[in-house]
Design a protein around this ligand. Structure first.
Ligand SMILES: *Cc1c(COP(=O)(O)O)cnc(C)c1O
Length: 831
């Protein structure tokens, strides 16, 4: 049933016309879906309202989806493909209503059925097909590419189970499977006719073709089908709908048939199960690899299916001579996860399309581009050679050949430098030989970028230095961003309205226009300042309701909302935050309330299920919250909550409500951060280290509107050789009191010594995160926060300036830079 073989007659489909968007038309369509499509005859549950409304809205995307798709398929239309194992999309309904500009008539239409739009939106499960920043970045990129009408197609995996749901039970994280597709997904279209066959196992066979040419084919394989599901990505009010194509794994028919013929019915069904395992679950590790075979299968499955599909589309659009392939196509690889694509494209060009090595290598290295997301050694992907040999033998042949040719190049450039050869080899020698995926990506790509200025600099100074010396022109920076549609216009409608009342609403698609708010930051605009504070207060009330509901903690919206939400990781230093909270608690218990401001500290984030220390940190946070919140002496002066199941839809409530954004990673460790940008756009002030995009945020808003603290990246490096955390603790009475209180068992839960591993880690001379080194400067910066908060006029001014100067951090800017420097696509209808 391959699409190429099957000669079904294509029936012509007419050009769709845009549908009416008034409340009456929406209401009619909604009612028709509820009855004729979903078969609800009398009453119905809210789940069906959500389904019917989503179909009604999806219909309104269709005409634009059709025209955009046909436009993208034009001959010689250059396209970019964004390859990512993760797309952390979140909910679609509200965002699509916003981008189609049909929120008001939809609200009105629903009223006729006594339904409330906000409640209907709440029914939608998050599409949690990602871990954190990297996956969310991919989703923001898709939004911006559609808004800029760039011909970009996203390729990912349609995981049956997305990011796990996190519950807190007895102060500890408990993971539950996220079966997000259970009630169906109205935002996807299955296109089984465009399936691809993906090979695993088997061996390479050499043969002579009809013209006597030596060729290789990959035979004896166990195949899996990749079925595409398309998700529409609407641009903002621009009649453009791009495509995110997600692959689902499915068993091949003949695989089953063979087994059936041998009478092994159950084995056949099991084989089907194994094939379908590939797209069953997202690996929940953020910033660390775990080397599981299934994960390598996922990576190859995505890379192979996407490349074959891209070639198919290119041929369909008139492509045929591979000489123009690199001019027509570019692939952006989101981290090393999909970089087996380098070897797979070589295989396809050589084995299937019979190009010679040099032709294939020229094409590959002209259309592959790689984005690095981390310097953490534990995140650098390496695969054992034996695993490759078993799973992807033909790919291993090709990687060896790429490496042999590459090492010849290196030794010509640096004769006799064997140490360099060893360092730069794609194959790492050792007890177990490993394939270094980042090296494969660099060797195979024409562009390699980091995700913030500091990170890109550290890459070429350190990790990638050898490659930088060889190919300086390949390296560049593309500072991350976030989409202002989801993160401001949708998440913070009150702020959006207030801003637009002063500067119009074109800033939503051109975020630099927020600069026009600068004059309103001066204190003479008292009415605007008051309105600004009222918006924030209402957003804080909304968050307080959520915190009450999910944590049973009372947050008073008049207090300072001090928030850190992100994956739980030692480098992000949630520990430093909680040490400060304990310090505040001790101050209150000792009556040291000078310069006090009432604070609500909110922390949230998921820990990788196998990351023991991260889970212990979650427990400490919850234990501290328990003690602090239930102490009557403390009362409203300090509240602490851990919000469970942090995800995109909770960030939509959290970011608009923050006064203070905690971005406190060890300098040099956070590649960029994007949570920091969402908070800034929504008028939060940042307390942060000189790390990742924090640096660019501070440059944009001015140091006087930012609470900087801590060692810089080079200072962290310099201190490593002589780090003595116990001396720091001995010399700082406040820090000593905090550590002593933890050690005393004050926060323990009937388990003696349960937080000892935490104390040991921060007191170790080898603590890579150097938490204690930054304690004093963090506490001092927090004291400056308190001082600033006392002057509400001053705080409001700083808040407005943060929003006003956040324009640079729109992914629209990021995408224009990718396009200018890497992709070179023409926007819209241009060819
Ligand atoms: C933005 C976002 C992130 C990334 O946050 P960082 O603070 O940059 O680590 C992670 N998860 C979710 C749900 C997000 O929305």
């Amino acid at each position: 049933m391959s699409s190429q073989e099957n000669c079904e007659i294509l029936l012509p489909i007419p050009t769709l016309q845009p549908l009416d968007n008034d409340a009456a038309a929406i209401s009619d369509d909604f009612q028709r879906y509820l009855t004729y499509h979903l078969g609800r005859f009398k009453g119905c549950t809210p789940a069906y309202i959500y389904q019917a409304l989503s179909h009604t809205v999806r219909d309104r995307l269709m005409p634009h989806w059709q025209s955009t798709w046909l436009n993208h398929l034009q001959p010689q239309k250059r396209r970019a493909y964004y390859l990512s194992l993760e797309f952390l999309i979140g909910r679609a309904l509200g965002n699509n209503l916003l981008n189609l500009a049909i929120e008001n008539p939809t609200q009105e239409a629903l009223k006729r059925f006594s339904a409330d739009l906000e409640q209907v939106e709440e029914r939608e499960p998050d599409a949690g097909l990602g871990n954190g920043g990297l996956g969310r970045l991919a989703a923001c990129f898709m939004d911006s590419c559609a808004t800029l009408a760039l011909p970009v197609i996203g390729y990912g995996i349609r995981y049956e189970y997305g990011m796990f749901r996190q519950r807190i039970e007895n102060d500890e994280q408990v993971e539950e499977p996220d079966h997000w597709l259970r009630e169906g997904n109205p935002w996807e279209i299955e296109r089984a006719e465009y399936h691809q066959r993906i090979q695993f196992g088997g061996y390479s066979e050499f043969y002579k073709d009809a013209h006597g040419e030596e060729r290789v084919r990959w035979v004896g394989t166990q195949d899996v089908l990749a079925i595409p599901f398309d998700v529409p990505i609407a641009g903002y009010k621009n009649n453009t709908v791009n495509t995110l194509r997600l692959w689902k794994a499915s068993a091949t028919d003949e695989f089953n048939l063979q087994e059936f013929n041998q009478g092994s019915y159950t084995e056949a069904v099991q084989a089907k199960n194994e094939a379908e395992h590939i797209s069953m679950v997202l690996y929940p590790n953020d910033s660390s690899e775990n080397g599981k075979e299934l994960r390598l299968r996922q990576q190859y499955f995505l890379a192979s299916a996407s490349l074959k599909d891209a070639i198919r589309l290119w041929k369909k659009g008139g492509g045929g001579d591979f000489k123009t392939f690199a001019a027509d196509n570019v692939f952006q690889m989101n981290d090393t996860h999909p970089t087996i694509a380098v070897a797979e494209l070589m295989r396809l060009l050589i084995d299937e399309y019979h190009l010679n090595w040099d032709e294939a290598w020229n094409i590959t290295t002209q259309c592959m581009a790689y984005t690095n997301h981390t310097l953490l050694p534990e995140a650098l992907e390496r695969w054992p050679v034996y695993l490759f040999r078993r799973l992807l033998p033909r790919l291993l042949d090709i990687i060896y050949e790429i490496n042999a040719r590459f090492l010849r190049l290196v030794s010509r450039r640096w004769p006799g430098d064997t140490d360099r050869l060893r360092r730069m080899s794609i194959i790492e020698e050792g007890p177990v030989q490993q394939v270094r995926m980042a090296w494969l990506a660099i060797v195979g790509s024409f562009s390699i970028n980091g995700v913030a200025a500091l990170h890109s600099q550290l890459l070429v100074d350190g990790l990638f230095h050898d490659f930088y010396e060889l190919w300086p022109h390949k390296f560049n920076n593309k500072t991350n961003g976030v989409t202002p549609r989801r993160w401001v216009a949708f998440a913070n409608p009150a702020l959006t309205q207030l801003v637009s009342s002063k500067i119009g609403d074109s800033w939503i698609a051109n975020l630099q226009e927020l600069e026009k708010l600068v004059p309103y930051a001066t204190k003479k605009h008292t009415a605007f300042h008051k309105a600004w504070r009222e918006v924030k207060h209402a957003n804080k009330q909304r968050l307080a309701t959520l915190v009450k509901q999910d944590c049973n903690v009372d947050f008073n919206p008049d207090s300072l909302f001090d928030i850190q939400v992100k994956r739980i990781h030692e480098y992000k230093r949630q520990l430093l935050n909680i040490l400060h909270v304990i310090h505040l608690y001790i101050r209150l218990k000792n009556g040291k309330t000078d310069n006090w401001v009432n604070r609500c500290v909110l922390i949230g984030g998921k820990a990788a299920p196998g990351y023991v220390m991260a889970k212990r940190i979650i427990k400490l946070i919850n234990r501290v919250a328990d003690i602090v919140n239930n102490d009557e002496e403390i009362g409203e002066r300090l509240k602490v909550a851990f919000i469970p199941n942090y995800r995109v839809s909770s960030m939509e409530i959290i970011a608009p409500a923050a006064d203070l954004s905690e971005q406190i990673s060890t300098a040099g460790k956070e590649a960029s951060g994007t949570g920091n940008m969402k908070f800034m756009m929504n008028g939060a002030l940042t307390i942060g280290t000189y790390d990742g995009a924090n640096i660019e945020i501070m440059d944009a808003v001015g140091a006087e509107n930012f609470f900087l603290f801590g060692l810089k990246a080079d200072e962290v490096q310099a201190l490593r050789h002589d780090y003595r955390p116990w001396d720091i603790a001995a010399q700082d009475a406040d820090l000593k009191a905090v550590l002593d209180l933890i050690r005393s068992g004050h926060f323990n839960d009937c388990a003696p010594g349960e937080f000892e591993p935490i104390l040991n880690s921060v007191l170790s001379a080898n603590d890579p995160w150097m938490t204690l080194a930054d304690f004093r400067s963090y506490v001092d910066a927090q004291d400056k926060v308190a001082t600033a908060w006392q002057d509400q006029e001053h705080w409001t001014r700083m808040s407005i300036l943060n929003t006003a100067h956040s324009g640079f951090f729109s992914t629209d800017r990021t995408m224009l830079e990718y396009n200018r420097d890497i992709w070179k696509l023409k926007a819209g209808a241009e060819i």
